[in-house]
Design a protein around this ligand. Structure first.
Ligand SMILES: Cc1cc2nc3c(=O)[nH]c(=O)nc-3n(C[C@H](O)[C@H](O)[C@H](O)COP(=O)(O)OP(=O)(O)OC[C@H]3O[C@@H](n4cnc5c(N)ncnc54)[C@H](O)[C@@H]3O)c2cc1C
Length: 402
């Protein structure tokens, strides 16, 4: 068995893993970034919606996304479009973006091991994580590490092997086709809600270019037993709602994925181990978007791991600044978003029609803060107290929990 020694071993070459590897290497560590697929983002498991301000902050190039400035929502008998002056949302070219992040990690000095599947966790005599074992093309490799970062996504392979976590109980399942369309308003996205689209979730049209889009269906488990792939094919075949306005549709590629939806239920640091991204359950539950959190907190994880290694102390206590930082940034916002999600999951079709009337009262910025779960206390209080429309005040009072 080949044996390799690194300061930091990152399991998973998604946005969380590549960002963690980049930051750890940039801060002086030797880093292995291990990905089981043959190439980074060989399989796409995400719709790739995120926000231009985050993209700019992360230094992701402009040719990695399609900008969006109109936000349309439709329910069985209602629809709204909120238009903004400038594009604040974006649909990522997922492969290009994820490969950009992995290449950046390599440029900072990380060693990338693709086609390398982590199958076991190494423990010392007291049961603490000290590395991983992986298989690559019939070869078994042992990676010894001072800190392991579990960025393996939904499966949380390392933390699960160590018995620190169990399978997520609540999660979203999404099925999506990347399609070529005959007609497309390419700066306008659609979220489609109500029983016909998804009984516990929503369907979407996210334009990726002038004539391509991702059409998908997400279903919350265990709330609904609907199979999103079957539902997606039905919606496309019958050309339901705004799908009919796309004209002829040619399917290019199928995407399928799972995302945790258990709120922020997990402990994310242990001796020599950090969990980040989907492995830590860091996603905005309103629309189940986690890419920006994966990148942001991946960077924090890499930096905190590097600091701990410099100080020769990689115990849970020395890694805790990572957990403190991400909790400070999003915990209260996610808890507020969970309240909105609980309200939305219970809505009937008629109630959705009325909910869209409330959404219609929001300005583009208010809508974006809402959908991004950017519920800062001051903003929420302002909306709950001073918004000219009573329905909006009521909605934000509910989010605040009063
Ligand atoms: C259908 C769907 C649609 C979504 N849409 C959006 C959206 O529009 N916007 C948004 O922000 N978020 C969206 N998300 C969520 C988003 O995709 C995740 O939050 C994000 O990908 C998390 O990044 P990550 O790096 O933690 O995990 P992942 O992206 O899952 O990366 C984990 C990586 O680890 C690798 N890996 C796993 N096991 C091993 C192993 N044993 N050995 C080596 N490598 C391993 C995997 O191959 C993978 O590359 C969506 C999710 C789904 C399922």
């Amino acid at each position: 068995m080949e044996e390799l020694n690194f300061d930091v071993v990152v399991v998973g070459g998604g946005p969380a893993g590549s960002s963690a590897a980049h930051m750890a290497a940039k801060n002086g560590c030797t880093v292995a970034l291990i990905e089981k697929e043959k190439e980074i983002a060989e399989t796409v498991r995400t719709s790739g919606v995120t926000w231009v301000s985050d993209i700019n902050e992360f230094g992701i190039p402009k040719d990695c996304y399609n900008p969006i400035k109109k936000f349309s929502f439709c329910s069985p008998k209602n629809y709204v479009t909120i238009a903004d002056d400038v594009a604040k949302a974006a649909v990522l070219d997922v492969r290009k973006t994820y490969r950009f992040l992995a290449t950046r990690a390599k440029s900072s000095g990380s060693e990338l091991f693709t086609n390398t599947n982590v199958s076991e966790v190494l423990k010392d005599s007291s049961g603490k994580c000290v590395g991983v074992v992986a298989k690559s093309q019939g070869k078994v490799m042992q990676f010894n590490a001072k800190v392991v970062i579990d960025a393996s996504g939904f499966t949380s392979i390392v933390a699960k092997e160590l018995g620190y976590v169990t399978q997520w109980k609540k999660f979203g399942v999404g099925a999506e086709f990347e399609v070529k369309t005959e007609k497309l308003e390419y700066d306008n996205w659609w979220l489609m809600v109500g029983q016909e689209y998804s009984p516990a979730g929503y369907a979407w049209i996210f334009p990726t270019s002038k004539n391509t889009a991702r059409i998908g269906v997400g279903v919350g488990k265990p709330d609904s037993d609907v199979d999103p792939t079957i539902r997606l094919n039905e919606l496309i075949d019958k050309k339901i709602g705004p799908i009919k306005d796309l004209g002829n549709i040619e399917k290019i590629e199928f995407h399928y994925g799972l995302i945790p939806n258990d709120g922020l239920s997990r402990k994310t640091v242990f001796d020599n181990l950090i969990l980040v991204g989907d492995s830590a359950g860091q996603a905005n539950p309103l629309v189940l978007e986690g890419i920006r959190y994966a990148i942001r907190f991946g960077e924090v994880a890499g930096k905190v791991a590097a600091d701990a290694i410099k100080n020769n102390n990689t115990t849970e206590a020395s890694l805790i600044p990572y957990e403190k930082e991400w909790k400070k940034a999003i915990e209260s916002k996610i808890n507020s978003a969970v309240k909105v999600q609980n309200r939305w999951v219970g809505l009937s079709d008629d109630e959705w029609d009325k909910e869209l009337d409330i959404i219609n009262e929001l300005t583009a910025d208010e809508f974006l803060d809402f959908i991004r779960a950017d519920f800062g206390v001051a903003k929420m209080v302002k909306l709950a107290t001073h918004h000219p429309k009573m329905v909006v005040r009521q909605l934000f009072n509910m989010v605040k929990g009063t």
